[in-house]
Design a protein. Sequence first.
Length: 398
Amino acid sequence: MDLKSPAAFDMLRRMVEINSFTGNPEGVNRLGAFTAECFAPLGFSAEFVPSSNPAWGRHLVLTRPGRSGSSVAMIAHLDTVFPPEEELRNHFVWSVEGDRLFGPGTHDIKGGTVMMWLVLSALREESPAAFEAVTWKLLWNSSEEEYSPDFGDVCRARFDAGTLAALVFEAEGRAGNETLLVAARKGRGTWRATASGRGSHAGGGHDRGANAVVQLGRTVQRLAELTDYASGLTFNVGTIAGGTGLNRVPHTAEARGEFRAFTPDAYARGKAALLALAGPGDVRSPADGFPCQVQVEILTESRPWPRNPGTDRLIDIWQRAGRELGQPVGSEERGGLSDGNSLWDAVPTLDGLGPWGENDHCSERSADGSKVPEFVLASAFVPKALLNLAAILELIAH
Ligand SMILES: [Zn+2]
């Protein structure tokens, strides 16, 4: 089978050479236009959907209508976490060293986009009838790295009763030589806790004060203790700030953080326990008992993607295809989010279909080689494309 690898690597290089940091909408849009160009010869037409946040680029939707009522969605994102200044500072650019293809987004997730192209090109060549039968819907999030709140709706609006699956092309995991697909991902809520006390002179009126920093210290201590590894629930206190001067009993303090859980149950329990920390605090003014007040707000939420029968059925299909090809395939549950979190309850969803690489979100290299930036393995593309191809043929045959 000819998978046109040189063309694929050239495509990947050109994608990596376009800076598409989430906060660089011009670059994200340029990558979107180039991606549409890459898929046009396969018969895809493009739609550019503005983000709900005007500071971000446009989502990309490519469609190729098929003859049957079945459709398959493939999902990736355009953005990366690397600002142009950081790429310059760390001289983090496309470079090939042996089997390693270094560069911003090689692993997360431009390698995944090229994987989509490889699979569809091979499918058109190997099984033109199957390729033409299915409607292919390819969707790229412009702002996945910033937890875009609207992309899930963009996808769901384009799914219908004939949509067989949403296939997410984030990179695969590995255990030895076993390919690990993603079967579940934690949900994530971000929060802000604010303590309001009563300011006073730290010399003359110390006992009149209700110290908001002390209150918040107690509150975040309790909050951190809500972590329960046994049920996969974690709380992280990310930032804390409060007070304005050393001679004042501080009247306000604020902490921010997040919590994560795999199951909707554990997530809901964690959220309820977090919100229950709000109310009158236990730090009071010694003079008259004036209490601090604690406020807790949820800032953003991305729902958990728990283990579910739709995803498990897709994993079975990929495992069967792997056995036929002599490629061991397993699955894992990941703590990090992807677009799969907002899709799994609309259509069966599988993630981890991209190639294998390492060090995503890292742009630095140390002189002794103990730290290298993000890369993807060139040799990982063809075997994974063959696996995806065999599994997709099986998926659309039924
Ligand atoms: Zn990603």
